[in-house]
Design a binder for this molecule. Sequence first.
Ligand code: NPW
Ligand code: K
Length: 505
Amino acid sequence: MKILNVDQIRALDQYTIQKEPIAPLNLMERAALAFVDWFVDHFPNTIPTKIFCGLGNNGGDGLAIARLLLEREYPIEVYVVRYAPRESDDFMHNHRRLKLVTEQISYVEYSRDIPAIRHNEVVIDAILGSGLSRPAEGIVKSTIETINRAPATVVSVDIASGLNADKPNDANDVIIEPDYTVTFQLPKLAFVLPKNGRYVGEWHVVDINLHKRYIDQANTPYFFTQPHEARLLLHKRDRFAHKGTFGHALLLVGSYGKIGAAVLSAKACLRSGVGLLTVQVPRCGYAVLQTAVPEAMCRPDGHQNVLTGVPDHGAGEAHSPSPADYSAIGIGPGIGKASETLAMLRDIIPLVTKPMVIDADALNLLSENQDLLEKLPPNSILTPHPKEFERLTQKWDNDYQKLDILREFAKKHRVIVVLKGAYSAVATPGGEVHFNSTGNPGLSTGGTGDVLTGVLTALLAQGYDPVEAAVLGVFAHGLAGDRVAEQRGPIGMTASDVIDALRWD
Ligand SMILES: NC(=O)C1=CN([C@@H]2O[C@H](COP(=O)(O)OP(=O)(O)OC[C@H]3O[C@@H](n4cnc5c(N)ncnc54)[C@H](OP(=O)(O)O)[C@@H]3O)[C@@H](O)[C@H]2O)[C@@H](O)CC1
Ligand SMILES: [K+]
């Protein structure tokens, strides 16, 4: 699903009005109805509900919503926040319509007009929408502050009042902190950025049939991966396939005290459909790996405690294949930053031409040895969390600047970057960013990153296009986390649970 900016949303609105064609007032009615359909599914008509409306089209939506909820016998009180001398045309139409069905419209001009809000109430926030052009001040600001202080459940129409849809807010801006945002047609970029969490709440997109042709043709670097889109990326399996069909992956993982990371990435790789898997671990991890993951071949490193890349010839593998011979290589989980391990990276990277997966301490080694970035095979997948990404690049002032840095980095180095977090962002060498839609806070636990490395390495080994591997792998990993959360709750989830919950159908 595309994420469009405010100018594009406005143009999409106009395009729909002209090409469908539909009168603006009827489009507003459709939006209000879509909101109301969602609302009645979530709240019974016994809960006192206050709707705060601004004077633009977001306020117009609010008035139409009030009328539709009154028809459904919701106990509604309507408050119009009068911050400006002029109302939008569709606001005025809906104001007239609402007055035909209720006398109970209050006007908030001064602080004393703001009603008290109790804890068992619902507040619908329709003060300001995507037309926000400046920070909230005066009576708008006081109303927002009162709503935020209230113990009620707050639902924002389209976007929280005061939140910019596609650019940073100032730290001092006063913004509604909703429990839910019900947005029209497409998500806003603001919704997937970490700093905005409290200004978005749980968000839902409702379809209002805006013109598909405009959306199809709109240019945007930002996408939100929906389940059906991820499913389309899955490769179908041939009945006559054999293990060679699904590639032979090599994982370079683990160090003394971190063999668990090796085990987790290996298990996840096998659970993600790789044909054959070889795992190179330091000698100290050999017995552990052979026992914990009998399905994988183990290639012990010549070093006892850290990876050096030199195989342990004593272990009987006289002619070990070169790293370049594997279908895909994943490197990083648990490897530490020993100088021997850096030397291994320096040896291997120039040898490999196929995209690799690079994670954890391999990323930290790249941060400290940036010349290696230039030598990475094109379309390699890097999987930093924000701190690792900052080490690779620079500090950022806000989430929007972080996105710019992310896109620039992926383009410059011709790599795919999976920036991990809520709505993990997959940045491509072409400059696109795909935000993931699955996952939950339970995944913020040790080892889940190692699992992701195994997943992505398996997909590359099976011949997935690297961008598709990243988008699909991140989606499937998050979905596995969601399955675990559903079964046993998000707290106490382990990386092993996530491996067990991986599914590819
Ligand atoms: N997109 C779609 O397809 C559809 C969209 N729909 C709905 O339309 C909404 C967008 O409507 P909108 O453009 O009228 O914007 P909205 O935010 O209601 O008000 C703008 C007014 O507020 C003013 N203003 C701005 N900032 C301010 C501030 N801080 N404090 C005080 N005033 C401020 C601003 O003034 P100006 O900038 O012109 O000076 C202008 O007068 C959208 O969110 C959705 O709910 C649906 O109905 C149908 C389909
Ligand atoms: K709003």
